[in-house]
Design a protein around this ligand. Structure first.
Ligand code: MLT
Length: 324
């Protein structure tokens, strides 16, 4: 056999070996999870809790990268364009993958086709929260106050299409009030301003406000679910507070870019299911008011269905209400 042929065969064997090792060894380096909002908000809180447990199963660190802007669509656009190799994933939610097409006519991604759904991480009931020194003690007094002070009252949100934006669009419409919107890069920074009294109220996901409500840093007027949350037993439901029509919960879920290798999708899905069914991780999320799915609820198929139904729900509703 000629020298050249021997070299070529050795080279191809080496390449096959490398390819084989790489193919078998996913993940063989850290995985980036893009969180499309600022640190400290509900999406970031859930990503860090779930990502930490996923790291254990995957044997590689899940590194959280906060990429905020445009109601979460900046970070999700970035993630959707990442190499489809399983090393970039994202924590999306009801805003980025449910409502966004209704508010961004030129959205750079299609929630139903441009991603690999990995699974639901947690449901997040919405709580109406105000700065603690707003001169109201319950939802009824808040409604009266907001109507009387419509010219001065302001409301925080995390950008057009974010959960805190779209859920308060519904609330404000029901209350027939038109507050001054104060946009933030996430409801983490917004909560800081609520605690310091710089902003009057917001509609936020329970997991990041639970501690401040329980500790008295902000006031929780009502939770938009039919039953009270065990994590905030003293916060009445909107039904108890006289606003039964305001019923809304959000959700946060893990996605990858479309067309990632099947092995990566399987390992990511298994790591997510192990995280949300791990007793300690489940307890941490539930302690913050999160609603944690079971293995079936955290499946890719369930998430794909959820995105479809949420697009069907939010897109027409927002297109008819919010000027583009
Ligand atoms: C956040 O993490 O800041 C929130 O999910 C933003 C939002 O959608 O309100």
């Amino acid at each position: 056999m000629s020298f050249t042929r021997r070299i070529l065969m050795a080279g191809s064997a080496l390449l096959m070996g490398i390819a084989g090792a790489a193919a078998q060894a996913y993940p063989n380096k850290p995985i980036t999870m893009i969180v499309p909002f600022a640190a400290g908000g509900p999406t970031d809180v859930i990503a860090r809790i779930v990502g930490e447990h996923m790291s254990r199963t995957l044997g590689q660190t899940v590194v959280i990268e906060n990429v905020a802007g445009a109601g979460g669509t900046t970070g999700i656009t970035r993630a959707s364009r990442a190499a489809p190799d399983g090393y970039t994933i994202m924590m999306g939610h009801m805003g980025t993958h449910g409502a966004a097409p209704g508010l961004y006519p030129n959205l750079a991604y299609k929630p139903q086709t441009d991603f690999t759904p990995i699974g639901l991480a947690a449901g997040t009931p919405i709580v109406i929260v105000t700065r603690k020194d707003l001169p109201v003690k319950d939802l009824k007094e808040f409604i009266d106050y907001a109507k009387k002070n419509e010219k001065t009252i302001n409301q925080a949100h995390a950008g057009s299409g974010s959960v805190s934006h779209i859920t308060c669009v519904l609330l404000n419409e029901m209350l027939k009030i038109n507050p001054t919107p104060i946009p933030y890069q996430g409801t983490g920074p917004a909560l800081n301003d609520l605690v310091s009294g710089k902003v009057d109220y917001m509609c936020d996901q329970i997991v990041s406000v639970q501690g401040q409500v329980a500790g008295g840093g902000v006031r929780g007027l009502a939770i938009a679910t039919t039953a009270r949350s065990p994590s905030l037993p003293n916060v009445p439901t909107t039904m108890e507070a006289g606003l039964s029509l305001f019923q809304v919960s959000a959700w946060n879920a893990v996605f990858a870019p479309k067309d990632i290798p099947a092995e990566a999708a399987t390992k990511l899905r298994d790591a997510l299911v192990k995280a949300v069914t791990d007793p300690a991780t489940k307890a941490k999320l539930e302690g913050l008011g999160g609603v944690v799915p079971d293995a079936a609820g955290a499946s890719p198929e369930a998430l794909a269905r959820l995105v479809r139904t949420e697009n069907d729900r939010w897109v027409p509703l927002l297109q008819s209400r919010v000027k583009q």
